[in-house]
Design a protein around this ligand. Structure first.
Ligand SMILES: [Ca+2]
Ligand SMILES: [Ca+2]
Length: 496
């Protein structure tokens, strides 16, 4: 995955939609579009290199319209717990002039014009309950919904949702659907929830490492970007780095919120390193059957490292270990007292006010032998598309949904990239490179999503006990696998 971000704006605007579509894909599943993102474009800015690129279009019937009808989108819009909000379909006059708002409005306008429909956005803090209730009453209230992925998978068990593969005009192989999501969450080959360019939230809720470069320089820390270039960006490198950054600023012999810290996180966020270190809670096998993988050697090695790092109480401050929690720790970040923060990308909206210079890195590997970086999407809050079983016109829903995703690729993704990631978050070339890596190595962990027998909490438990992971996991493995097997059988014998 290569991109040419250093080229002039005109060329960038031409190629970005195509490039971003490839971004939501595994490398194997691409059409001709991907080639536009491959070779670096000429820096002279003379000849656009995209003239031969054939645009991939949605396979929907020509000229179909649905005049005077409303297309209702139930949307998980605000999540106060995680401070995220979705502007995928939410537009407001107050935010006119903001690129993402204007792009969202443009997408809605184009859809309404093309199909003669009216888009109605229904934002909710609990759309899953609303949808379940509507479907339970046999009501076709919502055409589609964007639900929290974990909750969507949960209600998929109860016959509320349609396997998206059965909807004729939704083509999940198209580049605007996130192939990582389809790969990781399609139990028994059934895809009840999907995301991709239809929404920006899966990117906002992807993890990265945020680094305070000003502080790193003050502390004379080694060049962390160089370690990355040399394939030495590993958990051990990270740990050494954060050890060197901590300082007892007021010299009272205690490390607390008055001091400088190598890293800030929370014991209940530590699980995000599991995927990064090449392990997982569960994986789907070749039949789409979930297999609990938390008992593997790899998982044991990964968790041992996580436990080691998080129990270094002079280097890492836990947001769940200080008064005021994250709001206090976020202030330390913006005050320039934290060197590294593993966080979801949306956290930049909080950190952007800081004066210090900062950069972005992928999450480290377990060791240099590990082939790829891997980045978990936080599915507890990230939302995905679902279609309720009470849908009365699957062709209509398929056609409009596919076109929404396609326009997301053309309109929304470039706005998100230009306005937010490139325009505001990225302050150096390395950060741009990091976003490329992060979005091309997304992972959705089915075991984290279903959390059978509470397996998602085992890492925090191991951290608080400073070890004993094997015995913690041993008590859960068999029952968790049984739960996963039952779910698989249920999905096999299916539902819709
Ligand atoms: Ca997306
Ligand atoms: Ca102190």
């Amino acid at each position: 995955m290569k991109r040419a971000f250093a080229i002039i704006l005109a060329v960038m605007l031409l190629i970005l939609p195509a490039v971003m579509s490839a971004c939501d894909n595994t490398p194997k599943n691409t059409g001709s579009v991907k080639t536009s993102g491959s070779p670096a474009a000429p820096t002279t800015g003379t000849a656009p290199v995209t003239t031969e690129v054939k645009e991939i279009l949605p396979d929907i019937p020509e000229g179909v319209t649905y005049p005077d009808t409303t297309f209702t989108i139930l949307n998980y819009c605000l999540d106060s717990a995680y401070e995220t909000s979705s502007y995928d379909f939410y537009v407001s006059e107050e935010r006119d002039g903001e690129l993402i708002n204007d792009a969202a409005r443009e997408r809605i306008n184009q859809i309404e014009e093309k199909f003669g429909i009216t888009i109605e956005n229904v934002p909710s803090n609990d759309p899953e309950t609303l949808l379940k209730t509507a479907v339970g009453s046999g009501l076709d209230t919502y055409d589609i919904a964007l639900l929290r992925i974990n909750k969507a998978l949960e209600i998929a068990q109860n016959g509320t949702l349609v396997d998206l593969n059965t909807i004729e005009y939704i083509d999940l192989e198209k580049p605007w659907w996130d192939q990582h999501c389809v790969r990781d969450l399609s139990i028994a080959g059934k895809t009840y929830v999907a995301t991709g360019d239809i929404s920006n939230v899966d990117e906002q809720l992807c993890v990265c490492i945020f680094i305070n470069k000003t502080l790193a320089e003050e502390k004379n820390l080694p060049d962390i970007y160089k370690a990355f270039e040399e394939n030495k960006w590993t958990v051990d490198t990270m740990h050494e780095y954060v050890k060197d950054a901590s300082e007892d600023l007021n010299g009272d012999g205690n490390y607390d919120t008055n001091d400088c810290w190598g890293m800030a996180s929370a014991s209940n966020s530590a699980f995000l390193f599991l995927n990064s270190f090449g392990a997982s809670f569960a994986e789907l096998d070749e039949n789409g059957k979930p297999v609990i993988t938390l008992g593997s050697t790899r998982a044991a090695e990964a968790v041992a490292k996580i436990v080691e790092v998080y129990n270094d109480k002079q280097s890492i401050i836990w947001a769940d270990g200080v008064g005021g929690g994250w709001s206090n720790v976020n202030k330390m970040v913006t005050d320039g007292k934290i060197c590294l923060i593993p966080a979801n990308i949306y956290k930049f909206s909080t950190y952007i006010i800081m004066e210090d210079d900062f950069g972005v890195l992928p999450l480290p590997k377990l060791d240099s032998e590990q082939e790829n970086y891997i980045h978990q999407v936080f599915t507890a809050s990230a939302q995905g598309l679902v279609v309720p079983t009470t849908c009365s016109d699957f062709d209509k829903v398929g056609i409009i949904t596919e076109y929404l995703a396609y326009l997301g690729n053309k309109i929304m993704v470039p706005a998100y990239y230009d306005s937010y990631l490139l325009g505001r978050v990225s302050r150096d070339i390395q950060s741009e490179k990091s976003f490329d890596i992060i979005f091309s190595t997304k992972k959705y962990d089915i075991g984290y999503a279903y959390n059978w027998q509470g397996i998602a909490g085992t890492i925090q438990q191991a951290i608080s006990q400073n070890g004993s992971f094997a015995s913690i996991v041993d008590t859960k493995l068999e029952a968790a696998q049984k739960d996963a097997d039952d779910l698989y059988e249920k999905f096999l014998s299916s539902l819709d």
